[in-house]
Structure formats: C-alpha cells, structure tokens
Design a protein around this ligand. Structure first.
Ligand SMILES: [Zn+2]
Length: 330
C-alpha cells in the first residue's frame, strides 16, 4: 500500500518572545532550541514528571531503541524504564496507546477536510495517524518529547509523515493565525491553567478558524480515568489534592473541567459560537479497549445517539466535546 501525504512545515517562532528563529536560535532573546532525538525541542520548561535534561535523556534512550522495535515494543520499553508507573497500571496504559488510533479516528472524522490543523498534546500520535490517513494536513505538538519518539514510530510504521514538535501548549512556537483548525484531546485537565492553553490556541488560529476539544467531564458519574477514584469531581477543588494524596499516596490529581467551566474559559479566550455536546463514538471503538470497558463503551455509543439521553450525558457523561470558532475579523 502506498500512502501519499502532504507535509507542510509551518513557520516557527521563538515560543518565549515570538521573534523569528534562525537555525533554531532566537535572534531577539538568544534562546536556543536544540534538536533532540531528531525532533525540534521548542520547550522553555518540561512537564511535571521530569526536568528538561532528564526528559531529553529519556527521549534519546527511546530513540536509540526505536529502530529495532515496533510501536508495542517501544511503548513496552518506555514503561520498562519508567519506575513510577505501578506495574498493574502498565497494561491499561499500553492498551490506551495501542487503541489510540481508533479513538483518533472518531475525532479525525470531525476535523475540516481542508486547511492546516494543529493538534495540541498529541501524545503517541493516534489522532495524527488517523488524520494523516484521511489525507488531512496536520502537525502535532506535545510537551513530552519522549511521547513524540513513540508517535514517530507509529507514523513511520504506517508510512506517514507528520511534523512533530516538542513545545508547551501555553507557549507555542508558531506565528499568529498559522492554522485553520486546532484539536485538543485529553490535555486541558493536565495543565495548570487551561485558559492559557485556550488563549494560545486562539492566537495561532486564523480568525474564523475552528477549535475542537475532547476532555473528561468533571461531573462524570464514571470512575476518574487518571487516579481511579469515584466521584472525584464532586469534591470541592481545594480538598481534591489532599483527598487524592490520602487515597492514592501522592498521585497528582488532574483538574477536569465541567461543561459550564469549559464554556466560560473558551469565551474568555476569544472563542465564539461555542457548543458543547457529549461526543458520539462508534461502537467499534470498544474492540480496541480493555475487555472490562467494552460493554460500557457500547452502552455509551447507543445512548449518545438518543436525544433525551444526550442531555444527561452532556452534564454527567465521561467526556464532553467542545466546538468553537475563533472570533475576530475574518
Ligand atoms: Zn526569543
């Protein structure tokens, strides 16, 4: 099978001061953005799990292993060198990585067919692969360069080429109005200030460009997918950290947004025509998920097509889907 993909690399700027880059150095503030494991590293800071030097070393180790491994092998190698993930959770995370393209296909079907698309928090590239297979022009950004090494393995295995950049969603290395669409899956709950991410998404979108987000619902009646606790979103935010520490011994709690909170933040970040719905997911998605989730996913897939159930799912379902348009002169 021969796949033809269009690769357009967007102009990059310094994520700190937004001045032009020359050979990955900022002409204005003097910051350097090195290439790490063959990928551009436009980060000013790292994620909460590793400092920049340790993160780069881990990405380079994975990159050295990558030529001899497939996607599953590389994901297993990642967890073999990651001591802070409980062994009993590794199977769950591996299934999540291997099933990421099925989830990405459901989201890719909602993206515009033309124009340039940016995915924030692309992780191991499930959506990037699904979108590129459909012939969409997409780029991926993630703060974890180690995950981009895994994403590149996934894309290479499929014969797809997608630009990947390590960068913070709050400080993107692109000029204003660079993209026609921005897509964000399961990222906002992991950042300190989701409004900063939405404002940056608005900046890199052209006026009239579209935003599409999937994120876990704060008021979900399901178990929290990150720390495996029921009813976490119903606890007042100021008690959440202490409760998660008490129940899970130091686990950092994600900050899932409710539908109302997400709507307010998007409006404050410059978005218009905001709509929030429970996402429709295909029942076929269940086949790529762990067995204990399959009947729940099938039940959700049926309910999400039934009007009265959609009202309940919007408020209390596991996920919400936000669509909005970047305001400003067209
Ligand atoms: Zn600069």
């Amino acid at each position: 099978m021969t796949l033809t993909t269009t690769t357009v690399t967007t102009e990059r700027v310094c994520p700190a001061c937004r001045e032009p880059l020359a050979d990955w150095s900022c002409v204005a503030c003097g910051r350097d953005y090195p290439e790490v494991a063959g990928l551009p590293d436009c980060r000013i800071a790292s994620d909460r799990f590793l400092d920049l030097a340790s993160e780069r070393a881990k990405a380079e180790r994975l990159d050295r292993l990558a030529p001899g491994l497939d996607l599953e092998g590389l994901a297993e190698a990642y967890y073999a060198m990651t001591a802070d993930v409980e062994p009993r959770r590794r199977g769950f995370y591996l299934a999540h990585i291997l099933g990421a393209e099925a989830r990405g296909s459901a989201l890719a079907a909602l993206l515009p067919r033309t124009g340039k698309i940016l995915e924030l928090g692309c992780g191991t590239g499930g959506l990037l692969a699904a979108a590129a297979r459909r012939g969409l022009t997409i780029e991926g950004v993630d703060i974890a360069l180690r995950w981009l090494v895994v994403a590149r393995r996934r894309l290479d295995d499929l014969g797809l080429t997608v630009p990947l950049v390590a960068a913070e969603a709050e400080h993107l290395p692109y000029p204003d109005a660079s993209f026609d669409a921005v897509v964000v899956d399961s990222l906002l709950e992991h950042v300190d200030d989701p409004w900063l991410v939405l404002r940056e998404a608005s900046r890199v979108l052209r006026p009239g460009g579209s935003l599409l987000i999937w994120s876990p619902n704060r008021y979900s009646l399901m178990i929290d997918p990150h720390v495996r606790l029921w009813g976490l979103g119903w606890i007042p935010r100021r008690w959440m950290s202490a409760y998660v520490r008490f129940r899970r011994g130091g686990a950092w709690p994600p900050t899932c947004l409710s539908v109302a909170e997400a709507h307010r933040l998007a409006a404050n970040a410059g978005f218009e025509s905001i709509s929030i719905e429970p996402p429709e997911i295909p029942a076929s998605w269940a086949s790529s998920r762990p067995r204990n989730q399959q009947s729940l996913i099938k039940a959700y897939a049926m309910a999400s097509r039934f009007g009265p159930m959609r009202v309940c799912l919007r408020a209390l379902g596991p996920l919400w889907q936000l669509r909005a348009i970047r305001g400003g002169p067209a």
